[in-house]
Design a protein around this ligand. Structure first.
Ligand SMILES: O=C[C@H](O)COP(=O)(O)O
Length: 216
């Protein structure tokens, strides 16, 4: 089943790179640099101008890479979700939960990862067929919150995003998250045009993740 396969790829990727950029070219080069560094989860955000074009290009470019999973981020409504899905996005991420976006993702059997901060939002997301919630912003809580959320909702898969970096990666995974979203801490050199540095930082995340997974 395609949806399950995408969810499995997200879990296996562990780190999902939240790609922003001032234009399509910067975001494209940053994505290539991240994948070159070994990170296989890409969330191409709709704050990038013409994001849907780039999603289509990236899906095509990495079509022979079974491990690479390319989704759309900062999707605020169902119209944008449909545009992203038609462009080839394999999953959809929002900063907040939107029931209509969940419906359109369910229609096409595409995983929807909405931003949630409360038990009520998480419960509503689960009832709408969501498989992984994005705890956003993760920096507002910290890893210790995972145990508290999972006490009443042990079935919840959580992807914290916002403030996740090399310094707290292990703590999040030890707390029981399914995967994490990482933006600024990974992509900072891209804004200065240093894509080789992005690759090096990505390699550090991959190495750390391997170590964490061998310990968890
Ligand atoms: O939507 C996600 C955020 O933009 C990523 O947050 P971050 O840059 O703190 O990792």
């Amino acid at each position: 089943m395609k949806k399950m396969s995408i969810l499995n790829k997200l879990e296996k990727a562990g780190v999902i790179a939240v790609v922003r950029g001032k234009n399509k070219e910067e975001a494209s080069k940053a994505t290539d640099a991240i994948i070159k560094g070994g990170i296989t989860g890409i969330e191409l955000t709709f704050t990038v101008p013409n994001a849907e074009e780039l999603i289509g290009e990236l899906v095509e470019k990495y079509s022979d890479r079974e491990d690479v999973v390319i989704g759309a981020g900062t999707v605020l409504d169902a119209v944008t979700a449909r545009i992203a899905i038609m462009a080839g996005a394999e999953y959809v991420v929002s900063p907040c939960f939107d029931a209509e976006t969940a419906e359109i993702c369910n229609l096409y059997q595409i995983p929807y990862l909405p931003g949630c901060m409360t038990i009520t939002e998480m419960k509503d997301a689960l009832k709408s067929g969501v498989d992984i919630v994005k705890l956003f912003p993760g920096s507002a809580f910290g890893p210790s919150i995972i145990k508290a959320f999972k006490a009443p909702l042990p079935q919840l898969n959580i992807m914290p995003t916002g403030g996740v970096g090399l310094d707290n990666l292990a703590d999040w995974f030890k707390a029981g998250v399914t995967c994490v979203g990482v933006g600024g801490n990974l992509l900072a050199p891209a804004a200065k045009g240093d894509f080789a540095a992005v690759t090096e930082v990505a390699k550090e995340y991959v190495a750390k993740l391997e170590l964490i997974k061998s310990e968890v």
